[in-house]
Design a protein around this ligand. Structure first.
Ligand SMILES: [Fe+2]
Length: 280
């Protein structure tokens, strides 16, 4: 495991420790899954992925108050992956919010939008579900309110803003957890330094100037709609929101969305990355 350690100072009386893990991408298929799922499982499965996850969970239970997993626990929708995910998430130490791969049928083969997500969600339910909420999740740990929001396709929705405001009314400091990082200039630049010709940066909330570098397909897919812009403005303006935990891009990064709001982007869990955040 490649463990990063950070401290977040928000004035807590007693420290709270989070292990942030994301993008585990476990890949299994069984007798209920079709041939294409078996091919994907053969292509992506490696024993290290599950071993790293076990190691991260064991470390967190030993050293942290909660493990926050920000999605892409599984690589694609399958019966076998759903059963495995449910087994993993039955451990109450783990707090989970879904990523885009939780809804991916065959990994990147389709136009992925809300209808596609709902279709996959129904299939996962057909297999008995994850046993925990996928689209919205909250948990109070120590003096901190952890709020998980599904933004798997770089979009937020108005109902999520309503419920986030309800969480703010509880008066506790909030740590947001979602899969796709919010746009921040240095993170955008860093992505293009790493992959200069990439079709997109996978960030949420880009304006037209920044979308201009995207492929037409990705610009259309990742252009923020009105609820998404409203949510980002609300997140930036609410002083009880103290930090954001995200993943999806598979590299570690830390920068500030506003002067008082850090965004922790944690790299690929399937390659052993994890981040321990001590909140004081
Ligand atoms: Fe992802």
């Amino acid at each position: 495991m490649q463990l990063l350690k950070n401290t977040l100072e928000i004035g807590l009386e007693k420290p709270v420790k989070i292990l942030h893990v994301t993008d585990s991408h476990i890949a299994f298929a069984d007798e209920y899954d079709d041939e294409r799922k078996h091919e994907l499982a053969k292509r992506f499965e490696s024993p290290e992925r599950v071993e790293y996850l076990k190691e991260q969970i064991a470390y967190s239970k030993e050293n942290c108050d909660v493990l926050v997993h920000t999605g892409d626990l599984m690589d694609f929708v399958s019966h076998a992956n759903t059963i495995k995910a449910r087994e993993i998430l039955a451990d109450e130490h783990i707090f989970f919010i879904a990523g885009n791969h939780e809804y991916s049928q065959y990994v990147g083969e389709a136009w992925e939008d809300k209808a596609y997500r709902m279709n996959s969600y129904m299939e996962i339910e057909r297999y008995g579900g994850f046993g925990v909420p996928m689209l919205w999740n909250t948990r109070i740990v120590g003096g901190v309110n952890i709020v998980g929001i599904d933004n798997a396709y770089q979009l937020f929705e108005d109902w999520q803003i309503h419920h986030l405001k309800k969480e703010v009314e509880k008066g506790l400091p909030i740590i947001l957890a979602f899969h796709d990082p919010l746009f921040e200039q240095s993170l955008y630049d860093y992505h293009y330094e790493r992959v200069p010709n990439d079709t997109c940066t996978y960030l949420t909330g880009l304006d037209e100037d920044h979308l201009a570098r995207y492929s037409e397909f990705r610009a259309y897919q990742h252009r923020p709609d009105e609820p998404t812009l409203r949510m980002i403005e609300y997140i930036k303006s609410e002083p009880l929101i103290k930090a954001i935990l995200t993943g999806h891009v598979h590299f570690n990064y830390l920068s500030n969305i506003t002067p008082g709001l850090p965004q922790f982007v944690t790299g690929s869990g399937y390659e052993g990355r994890a981040r321990e955040i001590t909140i004081v």
